[in-house]
Structure formats: structure tokens, C-alpha cells
Design a protein. Structure first.
Length: 118
């Protein structure tokens, strides 16, 4: 089992920045990648960004490319999402997730609310 705790959400004006954190505990040696997803009201959960635990390669959704940066601290088993130039459409609950294999995410955090006011 891997436990995830997100933090850093909040209310910010359009154009502002927020930094989300997600700390993993438990069987962290099994982590292959960590990612961020988000779910806006009335919409399906969508992919935001992912980072490989070994090597650090990253991948982003087109909607956040150039504005968001995912990074990790392997020693602290923590992943970050730096969000700049925030837009109202970035408003959502942001979830951190762990992938042990190569396909699906196996563990999810409880989510943290990000609200961008226009």
C-alpha cells in the first residue's frame, strides 16, 4: 500500500501561481511514476502531468504545457506541481496518484481544491 497526502491548494486570482505537494508513504519503493489529475465540477477526471520516479522524465497535458511544472524529491518521496499563469478553467480538485506499473495508477490521494477567480 502507498498512502498519499496532498497539500497546497487554495484560492488564487487569474494569472497567479500555486504549488501543490504530494507526500507518499508506505511501499514507496514500488513507485514507478507519480502523476497529477484534476476534476472540475460536472466533468470527468483528466490527466495533468506525470513524472517517472527513475530518470525524472515528464509528460504534460496540452492544456497546461508551458504553465505547469511537475518535479519530485525522491529522498522525501514527494512530488510537486508548480502552477503558473493560472486560468479560471484550471479550477478543479487536483489529485495525486502513484503508478507502480506502466499503465494504470494504483493509489490516489484525497484531492486538494484549486480555485482560480477571474
Amino acid at each position: 500500500q502507498v498512502q498519499l497526502v496532498e497539500s497546497g491548494g487554495g484560492l488564487v486570482q487569474a494569472g497567479g501561481s500555486l504549488r501543490l505537494s504530494c507526500a507518499a508513504s508506505g511501499r514507496t519503493f514500488s513507485i514507478n511514476a507519480m502523476g497529477w489529475y484534476r476534476q472540475a465540477p460536472g466533468k470527468q477526471r483528466e490527466f495533468v502531468a506525470t513524472i517517472r520516479w527513475s530518470g525524472g522524465s515528464t509528460y504534460y497535458a496540452d492544456s497546461v504545457k508551458g504553465r505547469f511544472t511537475i518535479s519530485r524529491d525522491n529522498a522525501k518521496n514527494t512530488v510537486f506541481l508548480q502552477m503558473n499563469s493560472l486560468k479560471a478553467e484550471d479550477t478543479a480538485v487536483y489529485y495525486c496518484a502513484v503508478r507502480q506499473g506502466t499503465q494504470t495508477y494504483d493509489y490516489w490521494g484525497q484531492g486538494t481544491q484549486v480555485t482560480v477567480s477571474s
